[in-house]
Every structure is written in C-alpha cells, then in structure tokens.
Design a protein around this ligand. Structure first.
Ligand SMILES: Cc1ncc(COP(=O)(O)O)c(C=O)c1O
Length: 442
C-alpha cells in the first residue's frame, strides 16, 4: 500500500510537470536505421503487412509500425523479466520523469493541440464514449440529440446513459439521400432540431457507414450561438466520436470547438491495439461524474484513505478507467504519434485524400456502381463506400478477397455497403488494381 501511495503522489507530480514524451524505443535504442519518412515505400515497409494482399481495412484495427512494435516488445520484455518493479517504477512509485501515463497524455495533447491535463486514457473509442455520456450531468427530462448515422457503440453509450439518468434521446438524419448532402444543410438540421430540453449533441466526425465527414467547426459555431442564450447549467454539450478523423484530418482537433472528443488510437494513428483517449474541456470534466474507479489520481486515493469525499471539481485523471492494464500496449502510444510527426500530418492528410479521391473518381465512372461517399474533399476523408448492382456488399467484399486479394469490408450498419479505405500504407497502383477488380464485376 505504501508504494501505491508513492505512485499516486509521483503520478500527480509527473502529470503536472509536463514530462516530454519519449517512446521507450528511443530509450532502448533499438536496431535498424531510421526510415525515410518522406518516401511512401519506406513508410509502408515499417508495417509487417502480408505483401500478398491489398490492405484496404487498416482503419478497422491497426497494424503496428516498427517503432510501435519495438516499444511494445521492449516494455513486454521489462514486464516479463520483472513485473513488480517495472510497474512500480513506470506507473506507480518511480521518479516522476519515468511516469509513463504522463508521457502518453503529453504525446496525445501535443498532437491534438490541447493540454495533457485534459486527457483521460481509455482502451478504445467505445470506453471513451461511455466515460463521456455516463459522466455528463444529465437529469430526468433532459435530452441527448444524435443522428441516424453513428456507430452502434455510440448509440448504445447514449441509450445506456439516458436510461440511467431518466433522460431521453432522439436521432435525426442529416440528409435525405446520398446525392444531396450539403454542409450547410447538415448544420442547419442539427441547429433546428435542438429543443429546450436538449443538453447534448453527439455526432461522428467521419461516418464509418458512408465515409461522410462532418463540418465539426461549423456545428460547434452553431451550438455556441445556441449556448449564448442559455444559462451555464443548461448549456448544450457537443460530443464527438472522432476515431476516423484522428490521424487522417488536420490534428488541430481541440481548435474545432467541441466539448468532448473520444477516439481509439488503434486505428488511423497506428497506436497499440486496445488504446484510446478522451479529451474534454476542463470546465466539462469539472461537472462530470466518473463512471469507473481511477488509479491515476492522488486526490482520489487520499480522499479515500482519509474517509472523506474528494475535493471537487473533477478533472481528467479521475476518468481514466483504473486498475492494471495491458501495460506494454497502454504505455507504447507515444511512438505512434512520433511516427505521424516524422512523416508530417499535413502530408498524411494529403496522401490519404489523394488516394481515396482517385478511388471515388474511378468508381463514379462505373455505371454498375453506386457511390455513397461524397466526392468533395470537404465532405469526405479516408473511406469510400459503394454498392455494385446485382451483388450484395458481402458478395463484393468476398469476391475482392477471393479473386483479387483485396481486403475490403462491409459497413456494420442496418443498411450495409461495401467499403474500402486507403491509408498511407497503400499506393496509387493499388487503387487502380482495386478499380479494375470492381470494373470486372459489371
Ligand atoms: C465510427 C466508429 N465509432 C466507434 C467505433 C468503435 O471503435 P473502438 O473499437 O475503438 O471502440 C468504430 C469502429 O470501427 C467506428 O467505426
């Protein structure tokens, strides 16, 4: 228990001290020359992907690039050889500068343009959405407004939180058909749907149902106008499931103006599988209630030890689901952000848009294909969703895999589509091969 006290003390000190993020790979000096981050072939070779396939579903679950694999392996080795002292030193009672969760928060914060103090570490997007919706101060009679386009886990997080709070929830469509989507119309629909009882608006940055990207900044601006007319205790919170924008679009995420943002780091960021985070404004954390015990916060421990309630207000560290983790993954997040930084987020955005635009334009020319993803850069991101006439999405995906070794997916929604997603591991030649395979389905 004593060392646990030490952990809690040092963890707070470390988190406040703004420890510079360094991956364990750097500490351990792994072998191998640094890769040429300006060469897409060299970037691709950082992944251990089976070269016999065209991988178009890497957003689904990350393959780890070399620096992340090495960090995981190095941490695992330390844990295998001495679990007690490794965990005590890096996560409980060691010197503040070795406290790894602070390095993880710093790496995330410096990428999204926020403060490490406003980040809770989670295991995935789903956990983060539950942390947010269960944590918001909802009362009977309050309403959560969302859309018909969000992922199952987002709607479930809302349903469960609403039921527990005695609140209600409502879904609205942001468009009537895929060929008439407009940013103006989507913002206007959300704004008009807000009622006096609406306390939360929850949306998804990039829809995994269609590849549509929402104009988050404009939605935040519209909500700011609504909130100007409301007292602080009745303001509308803006919640975003950001998992398919993070690592694709500009990383200036905090600047987009949402109140709370949840994402896994195990999709487009290529972080360790089973990692994610929630960022929220400090004034939002301060009115939230934690869902789970946290083991990242000294004040909670000392309040418990002193048999008194913790000193309010709540802060982000109270919301990281606690207990032991798969530490070799939990700690190996910073090298993933460092990998993005080395390549350049703007280059990554440009490359992903270029490849997916090539795919959309190719599909749009095929009479036997219906393209659902908008063709404009403003409304699209790293995914392309479509149907082939006379074939189910499952048949399309199966045929691509069996005949062409192209790994596409179907969208897990009530009305499924076939879906491909080109990331920085892919090439323009792979786009052309995939288009040729779909052309042959006519
Ligand atoms: C839009 C969206 N939100 C949430 C999730 C769930 O993500 P996680 O596995 O990180 O919880 C997914 C899964 O792909 C998704 O597409």
């Amino acid at each position: 228990m004593l060392s646990r006290r030490g952990f809690l003390l040092t963890s707070t000190l470390a988190a406040g001290a703004g420890v510079v993020p360094t991956g364990v790979a750097a500490e351990k000096k792994p072998g191998g020359a640094p890769f040429d981050s300006k060469n897409w072939g060299a970037v691709r070779r950082q992944f251990d992907l089976d070269p016999n396939y065209i991988h178009l579903s890497l957003f689904f679950l990350s393959s780890h690039p070399r620096p992340v694999r090495e960090a995981i392996a190095a941490y695992r080795q330390q844990l295998e050889s001495n679990p007690l002292q490794t965990v005590e030193r890096l996560a409980f009672g060691g010197p503040p500068e070795e406290y790894v969760p602070a390095k993880v928060c710093n790496a995330i914060a410096s990428y999204i343009g926020g403060s490490a103090d406003d980040i809770a570490l989670t295991q995935n997007t789903t956990t983060g959405l539950a942390v947010i919706y269960q944590g918001l101060p909802l009362k009977p009679g309050d309403e959560i407004l969302t859309t018909t386009h969000d992922h199952f886990v987002h709607h479930e997080a809302i349903r469960l939180a609403a039921e527990r709070a005695g609140a209600t929830w409502r879904k609205i469509p942001l468009f009537d058909s895929y060929d008439s989507i407009s940013a103006d119309d989507m913002v206007e629909r959300l704004r008009k749907a807000i009622r006096p009882e609406t306390r939360v608006v929850g949306v998804t940055w990039v829809h995994s149902s269609s590849g549509l990207k929402l104009p988050l900044r404009r939605i935040a601006d519209a909500l700011a106008v609504v909130n100007r007319e409301r007292s602080p205790d009745r303001r509308v919170f803006f919640v975003v499931d950001g998992v398919h924008g993070l690592g694709v679009e500009s990383p200036d995420i905090v600047a987009m103006g949402m109140d709370a943002f949840s994402a896994g780091t195990h999709k487009w960021i290529f972080g360790p599988r089973g990692t994610g985070f929630v960022w929220a404004r400090p004034e939002v954390w301060s009115v939230m209630r934690p869902l789970m015990p946290s083991t990242s916060s000294a004040e909670l421990f000392f309040a418990w030890a002193g048999e008194k309630p913790p000193d309010m207000p709540a802060r982000a560290t109270w919301f990281s689901p606690g207990g032991f983790q798969a530490f070799e993954h939990y700690w190996a997040v910073p090298p993933a952000f460092e990998f993005h930084r080395a390549i350049g987020p703007a280059r990554i955005t440009e490359r992903i848009h270029e490849l997916n635009a090539q795919m959309r334009e190719g599909l749009a020319k095929m009479p036997h294909v219906t393209l659902y993803t908008p063709r404009s850069k403003e409304l699209s991101s790293g995914m392309v969703c479509f149907d082939v006439k006379g074939m189910s999405p499952q048949q399309v995906v199966q045929r691509l895999a069996e005949r062409n070794r192209v790994l596409a997916s179907t969208t897990p929604y009530a009305v499924p589509f076939a879906r491909v997603a080109f990331g920085i591991q892919n090439t323009t030649a792979e786009v052309e091969k995939t288009l040729a395979a779909i052309r042959s389905m006519a």
